[in-house]
Design a protein around this ligand. Sequence first.
Ligand SMILES: Cc1ncc(COP(=O)(O)O)c(C=O)c1O
Length: 410
Amino acid sequence: MNYLKKQDLKVYQAVKNEEKRQREGIELIASENYASPAVREALGSVFTNKYSEGYPGRRYYGGQEYTDVVEKLAIERAKKLFDAEHVNVQPLSGAPANMIAYNAVLEPGDKILGMNLSHGGHLTHGHPATFSAEIYNFVSYKTEKDGKIDYAKLEKLATKEKPKLILAGFSAYTRQLNYRKFSAIAKKAKSISMIDIAHIAGLIAGKAVSNPVPYFDIVTTTTHKTLRGPRGGMIMCKEKYAKAIDKAAFPGFQGGPHMNNIAAKTVAFGEALRPDFKKYAMQIIKNAKVLEKELKKYGFKIMFGGTDNHMLLIDVFGSKGITGKEAEVALDKAGLTVNKNVIPDDSRNPMDPSGIRIGTPAVTTRRMKEKEMVIIADWINQAVEKSKNEKELKNIKKEVTRFCRNFPIY
Ligand SMILES: Cc1ncc(COP(=O)(O)O)c(C=O)c1O
């Protein structure tokens, strides 16, 4: 950091302040995590200087001896982690990975059947403001009152709509999906099956939840959430779709891959292959279950009936009378970072919805366990109940900062 400090004090200071914010607060945003120093070292490496359009062994520029080493290694490790037939590690992030996957197998106007956005689906699964929604025709399925998907209903919908692609996966859904049923429904409807595992990739890699990769034709993911790598995307698929996916990534959608990012993904996959990552992934879920139990005790309404993964969606408006935005602001002041979130069929607007989403991947990286989750749940409850009391929020923040000193990030 010596160079940055000397050369650009403003950026240096912002980095230092962000470091402090991350260190002194409790990070409960379900899609965030702390990448390891080794991952960040690879990310900041000289690979950032290199152009390597194409794929290992068939690039458009010279000087690829070492880029090929890391990209091949990334693919090999990802295959091992997820039991995938084919892997493309070049997508720059999760949204481009989905766009590439759609482009690889669909024509403009084709129909995609995905999870309704207020029921947990991601923006790239059909939000009208996205490019993909301009190009493709999205229809959606929902969860039921018990928080589960009714697969008989989904089958009927698929038979009626005849989508070219059936999409599973989510950003704010907490229950285990039935992969076999998704796959069978897609086969029956003669649809391509795709799943976006951006949120749960680390839980899958750590074998804390079952692996959907063998059941789906195409699997997209991010690498920076539970998987704890650098910000980035990845696509896995059956051999049958390999050529189409690679062509859609480059030259179809992207230019030169970010080799520094691929090097960092490779390091993260190496970490995820280690036995201690299994313990980490299991602990993420254990921690989420404790938060669920404790928050229920305080009268919070947990959507979908609870959680099987790393996150909870909470109806704070329905249970505590404050909006998701108000809760997010109050919690922030108390040193607990969460995000406001719509709940299924939310009557409020997305900028000030009824819910908040909280997740345990980042706190688990800091080695917080069940005991700490009980304390965090208490702080969440206090901050929400005393959301208008600035002094109380400040007091909680002081306690949070003190508490965080015992849990260094790395
Ligand atoms: C399920 C899912 N897919 C895709 C994305 C998009 O990823 P990115 O922000 O890396 O583009 C997200 C991000 O939150 C996500 O949750």
